[in-house]
Design a protein around this ligand. Structure first.
Ligand SMILES: Cc1ncc(COP(=O)(O)O)c(C=O)c1O
Length: 373
């Protein structure tokens, strides 16, 4: 069997280890200057200065939902075709996901179906950018704003993606979340970023990510704790630390090169896989550029194709399982059909598209698929 082509791979620049060693030796390990520097780097990268570096996406999503007003018994409209970690924070706040069907051409939440799902208990719309492809942000915002609801974008897999010429995170959705988990386009080991649309929500996020502490005034000039510094709203601990940020600071300078290689691979597949019987390429927006975290497509007889690819040493998997099949969401199961989800869940398949892929390797992937399964 020829050398395997992984679906996911960690990107770690040579400068990461010395940067990490310096932070470990500095004694400044927790939330601090490295985190602020990483946030400035993310603000420059996206154009949105209202960014909080977070411990992980689950924390960032929980905080966005919490600031959006989601409380026990409330509802959040979300598609089942998301990462399990996209919908879990809704349950962690004792609220209910209300499953919305997807457009099977993209695998993403269908904005036209939102209106029929909104009730007096709906507090937010949560949209996920599938595998780094870009959702119909304007239509989602219009649908949400029609009910005065905030839109939360889970862009965990969409680092580097652009919508109408600008990076995700700066399009006016109330919240947008990036992930820096181990196998993302860039990583901090574990980590995430929460982009906010307003100064007010940004300020709330900054306070609530760290126990609800009001940074200014929390300590006296002597360094002692200030007993007069109140905590009005109980917060969480969802902060990124200097250790993770140190890694992130060595990744950002290489981001453009990584993103360009992923895009180049994605565009190669867009043309090379366009005319193969049994393969339906996903519909990607003309006014957007995918982050191509993986290259996702729809395949008839998916299990057969997966077996063939794996026999050829090519990493592949369905990216996520429809979340409405998990028993933890049994009470939320809709008895009416979700035809888009049924089809997309049955056929979606992710193949390697990462920065590590050589031209020979991507040609091998296409040749394997073109040979039939
Ligand atoms: C789309 C999406 N959202 C959220 C998460 C959760 O990320 P974290 O592990 O940082 O909480 C993942 C992780 O794989 C993901 O793919």
């Amino acid at each position: 069997m020829s050398a395997s082509i992984p679906l996911f791979k960690v990107h770690m620049p040579s400068g990461a280890a010395p940067a990490l060693a310096a932070t470990l030796a500095s004694g400044q390990l927790a939330l601090g200057a490295k985190v602020e520097a990483f946030e400035r780097g993310l603000a420059d990268y996206t154009g949105n200065p209202r960014v909080n570096a977070m411990s992980d996406v689950s924390g960032a999503l929980t905080l966005a939902l919490y600031i959006a007003g989601v409380r026990p018994g409330d509802e959040v409209v979300v598609s089942p075709m998301v990462c399990l970690a996209t919908s879990m924070p809704i349950a962690n706040l004792f609220a209910r996901p209300v499953w919305c069907d997807v457009d099977p051409a993209t695998g993403m939440l269908d904005p036209a179906r939102i209106a029929g799902l909104v009730t007096p208990r709906t507090r937010a719309i949560l949209a996920y950018h599938w595998s780094g492809d870009v959702a119909d942000i304007e239509a989602l915002q219009t649908a949400a704003r029609g009910f005065g609801l905030p839109l939360i974008e889970d862009a965990s897999e969409a680092f580097g993606a652009e919508y109408r010429g600008r990076k995700l995170g700066d399009h006016g959705s109330e919240f947008c979340i990036y992930s820096f988990a181990a196998v993302r386009q860039i990583t901090t080991g574990e980590g995430a970023a929460l982009f906010c649309a307003s100064e007010q929500t940004h300020g709330q996020a900054r306070q609530l990510r760290r126990y609800g502490i009001h940074q200014a005034g929390f300590r006296l000039p002597s360094g002692d704790l200030n007993p007069e510094s109140d905590i009005a709203v109980p917060g969480f601990n969802f902060c990124m630390n200097n250790i993770a940020a140190s890694i992130g600071l060595t990744q950002l300078p290489e981001a453009a090169g990584i993103v360009e290689r992923q895009r180049d691979n994605g565009r190669y597949y867009d043309s090379a896989l366009a005319d193969i019987a049994g393969i339906t390429p996903l519909a990607r927006r003309a006014d957007a550029v995918s982050g191509y975290w993986t290259y996702s497509l729809r395949a008839e007889r998916r299990a057969d194709l997966m077996r063939k690819l794996q026999q050829d040493g090519i990493g592949c998997q369905r990216l996520h399982v429809r979340n409405d099949r998990y028993s933890c969401f049994a009470q939320q199961r809709r008895d009416d059909a979700l035809p888009g989800v049924d089809l997309f869940d049955r056929e979606n398949l992710s193949i390697p598209c990462g920065w590590w892929l050589t031209h020979e390797e991507r040609e091998r992937v296409v040749a394997c698929i073109r040979a039939g399964w």
